[in-house]
Design a protein around this ligand. Structure first.
Ligand code: NAD
Length: 356
C-alpha cells in the first residue's frame, strides 16, 4: 500500500494509523492542512473492503475539509478520521474510548466530529478521553445535520436564481436522492417553499414518511437521477455523478448535500459542457461545519444559522465567476479556496519574519 505517492495524498501534514489491541480499534487520522487553524473533520466508521480503500477515503475527505472550511471563511484547517469496522455490529464504548485516546495524542491538531457511521452519542463516549471533539450535545452545537440542510436549501435557491432567474421555488420539481438526516430536512424546507418533491431512499420508512408528511412522489432509487425535474439534489453517498449517470441526468441544476458527488474531476467539466449548473458539494454542504465552528462559551445558534445562510451568496459568486472565466464551478471553488489558503500562508510567513 502506498500513502505518500497516491494522488490523494496531496501534501498532507500527517497521516496516523492507530491500533488498540484490546478493543480491536483500527483508525486512521489524517491532517491535511492547518494553515487556517486546527483540522476539524468527521469520523467515518465503515466496513471498508480493503485498507487501501480506507486510506484513500480518509485522504480525500480530509483534503476536502481544508477546502470546505477555507471557502466558508472559517478559522479551521482540514482533517478527517476513519474507523475500519462495521458500524452496525462492531461498535462498543471501549472502542470509542480508545478512539478518543488516539485523537488526544494529536494534542488538538485534529478535532473529531460525527460522520457517516458514527453518532453524537459515539463521539460523546470518545469525549471522555479527549477534549478535542466537536458537534456533541453537552456544551456543543449538537447534531450538525439541520444546519447542513439549511445550507443546502440556501444553495438550492442560489442555483435557482442563477439558472432560472428567481429564488422562488414554487412549482419547481426537485428530486431528492437520500432521505437521511440532511436529505429529509432539505425536503421539509423545499416543501415549505412550495417545491414539488420527487424522492428516493433505499429505506422504505423514510420514503413513506416523505410521501405522507410532505406529499412527495416516490421513485426508484436506481433511476431518480434520470427524472425530468428542475433540480437534482444528491443527498446519499458519493459518486452520484459518474460516466453512466451523467448520460441520463435531465435536470439543468444539480444541488445537493452528498460529499464527493463527482466520481472523477472530469465530471465537472462535462457538466459545464452540457449546460448543467453544479453547486460544488463542499460549498453547498458546509452548514454543519459552520455551525460547529461557532461552538464555545458564547455559542449563539441563531448567529450560526445566519452565517450558514451566506452559502447562498458564496455560491452566486462562484456561479458568476465560472461563467466569466468559462470554467466548471468545482474548479472555481477550488481556485478560490486555494487563493484564501495562499494569502493566509503569506500572512503567516510575514508574521514569522516580523517576529524573527
Ligand atoms: P444519512 O446516513 O443520515 O442519510 C443518507 C441516506 O441516504 C440514508 O437514508 C440512506 O438510506 C440513503 N441512501 C443510501 N444509498 C442510497 C441510494 N443508493 N439511493 C437512495 N438513497 C440512498 O447521512 P446524512 O447525514 O443525511 O448525509 C447525507 C450526505 O450528506 C452524505 O454524503 C454526507 O457525507 C453528506 N454531508 C452530511 C453532513 C451532515 O451534517 N450530516 C454534512 C456535510 C455533508
Amino acid at each position: 500500500m502506498t500513502v505518500f505517492s497516491t494522488n490523494d495524498f496531496d501534501d498532507h501534514e500527517s497521516v496516523l494509523f492507530f491500533h488498540d489491541k484490546e478493543t480491536g480499534l483500527k483508525a486512521i487520522l489524517a491532517v491535511h492542512d492547518t494553515t487556517m487553524g486546527p483540522a476539524l473533520g468527521g469520523t467515518r466508521m465503515w466496513n471498508y473492503a480493503s485498507e487501501e480503500e480506507a486510506v484513500k477515503d480518509v485522504l480525500r475527505l480530509s483534503r476536502g475539509m481544508t477546502y470546505k472550511s477555507a471557502l466558508a471563511g472559517l478559522k479551521l484547517g482540514g482533517g478527517k478520521s476513519v474507523i475500519i469496522g462495521d458500524p452496525h455490529t462492531q461498535k462498543s464504548e471501549a472502542l470509542f474510548e480508545a478512539f478518543g485516546r488516539a485523537v488526544d495524542r494529536l494534542n488538538g491538531a485534529y478535532i473529531a466530529a460525527e460522520d457517516v457511521g458514527t453518532s453524537v452519542a459515539d463521539l460523546e463516549v470518545a469525549r471522555r478521553q479527549t477534549k478535542h471533539i466537536a458537534g456533541i450535545t453537552e456544551g456543543g452545537a449538537g447534531d450538525p445535520s439541520p444546519a447542513t440542510s439549511w445550507g443546502v436549501f440556501n444553495g438550492v435557491t442560489a442555483a435557482a436564481k442563477h439558472k432560472f432567474g428567481s429564488t422562488d421555488l414554487k412549482g419547481l420539481k426537485v428530486a431528492v436522492q437520500g432521505l437521511g438526516n440532511v436529505g429529509f430536512g432539505l425536503c421539509q424546507h423545499l416543501h415549505k417553499a412550495g417545491a414539488e418533491l420527487i424522492v428516493a431512499d433505499i429505506y422504505e420508512d423514510s420514503v413513506l414518511r416523505a410521501v405522507k408528511e410532505l406529499g412527495a412522489t416516490a421513485v426508484d432509487p436506481a433511476t431518480i437521477h434520470a427524472e425530468e425535474v428542475d433540480i437534482y439534489a444528491p443527498c446519499a453517498l458519493g459518486g452520484a455523478i459518474n460516466e453512466k449517470s451523467i448520460e441520463e441526468i435531465k435536470a439543468p441544476v444539480i444541488a445537493g448535500a452528498a460529499n464527493n458527488q463527482l466520481e472523477t474531476p472530469e465530471m465537472g467539466q462535462e457538466l459545464r459542457r452540457r449546460g448543467i449548473l453544479y453547486a460544488p458539494d463542499y460549498v453547498i454542504n458546509a452548514g454543519g461545519i459552520i455551525l460547529i465552528s461557532h461552538e464555545g462559551p458564547t455559542f449563539n445558534r441563531k448567529a450560526a444559522f445566519k452565517q450558514v445562510g451566506d452559502i447562498h451568496n458564496t455560491l452566486l459568486d462562484i456561479f458568476a465567476r465560472a461563467d466569466a472565466e468559462d470554467k466548471p464551478t468545482d474548479e472555481i471553488a477550488d481556485k478560490i479556496a486555494l487563493e484564501i489558503l495562499e494569502s493566509n500562508r503569506k500572512k503567516d510567513k510575514g508574521a514569522l519574519s516580523l517576529s524573527a
